[in-house]
Design a protein around this ligand. Structure first.
Ligand code: ZN
Length: 390
């Protein structure tokens, strides 16, 4: 009897993995946040071909069953008036160039109807998310211009506040010295203007006060393009239970960020120890790359065994999804990986090829195919359609 049980178990495991692949490939998978365009190191590579560095290219995206990607357009807070908008446009140019070089693999889409058409043509649907209100340089006409070039969402702030909206970082660290808190009247006009243009309002990165001001102002469902559950990991970038409930009431969607620091509350102290142990190398790498985050990514590759040890298990990311589903229902959760934007992800998630593992884990928790479809992309599709009208 025992002799029979083992092959039977192997057979059923293989069957469930096959089942997961089938469900995964059939579903429309939309990832609402990827930083590959803003990663100057990665843009040196031809993303039309398989790469050994970085988290994303068009070959691996296909293998991972990715159907639509909202590419993040981002520049740091050192870019300001006179430079930030121009930089955003340069990044959009680089997306256009990627599409032009790979017309059989990727196409720009503006709404859910075009997204579905791209999926039918077996091309990756590319969308644009502008991550940081500082890139509009306080000008309404710059919003129009970015929308014309394909902007599908505007993240009202990055870590830095604008003159019209306060960020999560600043609301926590500079609360008493901020010239204003939340959205100003001009900020409210911006939200209404985005609603009119059919551009989704992204509340990832904004402070709690701005978050609630947005919900009181917007006439359309909003998106949190890359955030997790605060109750599991109390990072200021994650959403508290009341925020999640308010988001559901608005009909919006929160898309889960894979970054280890937003998934696992024990990651930050562990990574601090790791970086301290390799301080000399980190300093010289930071000089070479002129960027601390890129230096950290490089260091993780050099000391893979050590850096793997501090990565959270994949089950913890799945726990965020399951927690939010139990709190507000299955209609408000999506995927916003932050691939190419962070130095560490849960074990097993190494690049865009690994999305099917999420489907596998959800099946293990007895999620139905219908619910998995919603989480992988159906919910984001609904919010996109509600904003663009088609
Ligand atoms: Zn971000």
């Amino acid at each position: 009897m025992k002799k029979l049980l083992f092959p039977l178990l192997l057979f059923s495991l293989r069957l469930s993995a096959q089942n997961a692949q089938q469900i995964h490939q059939k579903a429309i998978l939309i990832d609402t946040h990827n930083d590959v365009l803003s990663n100057e190191l990665i843009t040196k590579f031809d993303l039309g071909k398989r790469q050994t560095e970085g988290d994303f290219d068009l070959v691996r995206a296909k293998e991972g069953g990715l159907d639509a990607q909202i590419f993040s357009i981002w520049c740091g807070e050192n870019y300001g008036k006179g430079t930030a908008f121009a930089f955003a446009n340069r990044e959009i140019d680089s997306l256009y160039a990627l599409i032009k070089r790979n017309p059989d693999k990727i196409t720009l889409v503006h709404n859910s109807a075009e997204l579905k058409k791209a999926v039918a043509q077996k091309k990756l649907a590319a969308l644009i998310g502008v991550e940081g209100g500082h890139m509009i340089e306080d000008r309404m006409d710059y919003i129009d211009s970015l929308a014309k070039r394909g902007m599908n969402y505007l993240t009202l702030t990055w870590n830095n506040s604008t003159s019209w909206a306060t960020s999560a970082r600043d609301e926590v660290t500079k609360k008493d010295s901020l010239p204003h808190l939340g959205l100003t009247d001009y900020g409210k006009q911006i939200v209404k203007h985005l609603n009119q243009l059919g551009v989704m309002v992204d509340v990832s990165h904004v402070g709690e006060r701005t978050f609630y001001d947005v919900l009181a102002t917007t006439s359309k469902p909003v998106i949190a393009s890359h955030s997790c559950a605060w109750s599991i990991d109390p990072s200021r970038r994650n959403l508290k239970d009341d925020q999640l409930k308010a988001l559901a009431k608005n009909g919006g969607v929160v898309c889960l960020n894979f970054y280890s620091g937003f998934v696992d509350s024990t990651y930050s102290p562990k990574v601090a120890v790791f970086l301290h142990q390799h301080k000399a190398e980190l300093d010289s790498l930071t000089k070479i790359y002129n960027d601390g985050d890129l230096a950290n990514i490089r260091l993780n590759v050099m000391y893979k065994t050590e850096s793997d040890k501090i990565r959270p298990p994949l089950s913890l990311l799945i726990h965020h999804i399951d927690y939010i589903v139990k709190l507000i229902g299955v209609d408000y959760v999506g995927i916003g990986s932050d691939f190419d934007g962070a130095e560490s992800y849960p074990l097993g998630l190494d690049s865009v090829t690994d999305y099917p593992k999420i489907t596998e884990e959800l099946l293990k928790l007895n999620y139905s195919e219908k619910d998995i479809d919603k989480i992988l992309g159906g919910n984001v599709m609904r919010v996109l359609k509600a904003n663009t009208g088609k």
